[in-house]
Design a protein around this ligand. Structure first.
Ligand code: NDP
Length: 292
C-alpha cells in the first residue's frame, strides 16, 4: 500500500484564500478591520521568527497586525498591563502572547489575563476548560490541534466511532487534540512517556496523531494498515547534503509509514502550515463576532 499524502501546504493555501475573501467581505459590509496583536517577551530567536511569520501571514490575507515587544527582564505586572491595554483596544480582535515566556514569568496568569473573546490562540484556561466539558463550546480552539482536525476531515477520515490514539499530552498540542477528537465522538487513547507497549497501542489506531518531539520514533510496523496519520513533530536532524547542515523530520518514520498508512501528513508541509492559518481564521472570526 502507498499512503495518500495529506498536503498541508495546499489545504492551508485554500483556507487562506477563503480568509482573504472573508476579510474583504467583512470590510465591504462595514465591519471592523480584523487586527491581531502579538506580544513577544525577550529575545528567543525562534520566537522572533514565529512572530515574524505570523505577522507576514496576517498581511497576506489583509489582517492588520500590531507587534509589541518587551525586554526579557519585563516584570509580570508589565506584561499583564500590556495585555490589559490590548483587551481594551477596539482595533485588536486577537491577542497572541508568544510562548515560551522567559523564566520567572507566570505563564498561566498571563494567558488568563487575555480576554477570552480575544484568545485566538485558544490557551485561556476557560477556553481549554470548555473544550474539556461536555455540552460546552470554547470560543477558540488551539490552532495546531484544530489544524490536525481540519487535515483529517479534508483527507476524508471518519472520526465518529474511530479508535484514535494521540501520542503526547502537552497543553498546546496533545491534550487539546485528544479533547477535540472526543468532541467528534472518536474513542481516544492518550499516550505519553510512561505508556507501556506504545507500539501495541498505536497499532490499534484508525487515527494516529504524533506530537512527541522525537525524530522518526513511530515506525512503520506501529501503524495499522490504512490508518490516518497526522505527524505534528518538527525535529531537526543532521544532513550534510543540505546547505544548512540539517533538515526537518517528523515524529513518524515517513518512508516506512508510507507503505502501511492510508493517508499521512509529511513534516515539513503537513501540520506546520495549518497552525498559522487557523490563527488567521480565529482572528477573522473574532472580528466578525465583535462587529458593532
Ligand atoms: P512537549 O515536549 O510539550 O510534549 C511532548 C509529549 O510527548 C509529552 O506529553 C511527552 O510525555 C511525550 N513523549 C515524550 N517522549 C515520549 C516517548 N518516548 N514515548 C511516548 N511519549 C513521549 O511537545 P509539544 O507538544 O509542544 O510538541 C510536540 C512536537 O510537535 C514537537 O516536535 C514540536 O516541535 C511540534 N510542534 C509543531 C507545531 C506545528 O505547528 N507544526 C506546533 C507545536 C509543536 P510526558 O507528558 O510524559 O512528558
Amino acid at each position: 500500500m502507498t499512503a495518500k499524502i495529506i498536503d498541508g501546504k495546499e489545504i492551508a493555501a485554500e483556507i487562506r484564500k477563503e480568509i482573504t475573501a472573508g476579510v474583504e467581505a467583512l470590510l465591504a459590509d462595514g465591519g471592523p478591520h480584523p487586527g491581531l496583536a502579538t506580544v513577544l517577551v525577550g529575545d528567543n530567536p525562534a520566537s522572533h521568527t514565529y512572530v515574524r511569520a505570523k505577522r507576514k501571514a496576517c498581511a497576506e490575507v489583509g489582517i492588520e497586525s500590531f507587534g509589541h515587544e518587551l525586554p526579557a527582564d519585563a516584570s509580570q505586572a508589565e506584561v499583564e498591563k500590556l495585555v490589559s491595554e490590548l483587551n481594551a483596544d477596539s482595533a485588536v480582535h486577537g491577542i497572541l502572547v508568544q510562548l515560551p515566556l522567559p523564566a520567572g514569568l507566570d505563564e498561566e496568569a498571563i494567558l488568563k489575563a487575555i480576554s477570552i473573546e480575544k484568545d485566538v490562540d485558544g490557551f485561556h484556561p476557560l477556553n481549554i476548560g470548555r473544550l474539556a466539558q461536555k455540552g460546552r463550546e470554547p470560543l477558540f480552539v488551539p490552532c495546531t490541534p484544530a489544524g490536525c482536525l481540519v487535515l483529517l476531515r479534508k483527507a476524508g477520515a471518519k472520526l465518529e466511532g474511530a479508535n484514535a490514539v494521540v501520542v503526547g499530552r502537552s497543553n498546546i498540542v496533545g491534550m487539546p487534540a485528544a479533547l477535540l477528537l472526543v468532541k467528534e465522538n472518536a474513542t481516544v487513547t492518550i499516550c505519553h512517556s510512561k505508556t507501556t507497549d506504545l507500539p501495541g497501542v498505536c497499532r490499534r489506531a484508525d487515527i494516529l496523531i504524533a506530537a512527541i518531539g522525537r525524530a522518526r520514533m513511530i515506525r512503520g510496523d506501529w501503524i495499522k494498515p490504512g490508518a490516518y496519520v497526522i505527524d505534528v513533530g518538527t525535529n531537526r536532524i543532521d544532513d550534510p547534503t543540505t546547505k544548512s547542515g540539517y533538515r526537518q523530520v517528523g515524529d513518524v518514520d515517513f518512508d516506512e509509514a508510507m507503505e502501511v498508512a492510508g493517508a499521512i501528513t509529511p513534516s515539513p508541509g503537513g501540520v506546520g502550515p495549518m497552525t498559522i492559518t487557523l490563527l488567521l481564521q480565529n482572528t477573522l472570526r473574532s472580528a466578525s463576532r465583535m462587529r458593532p
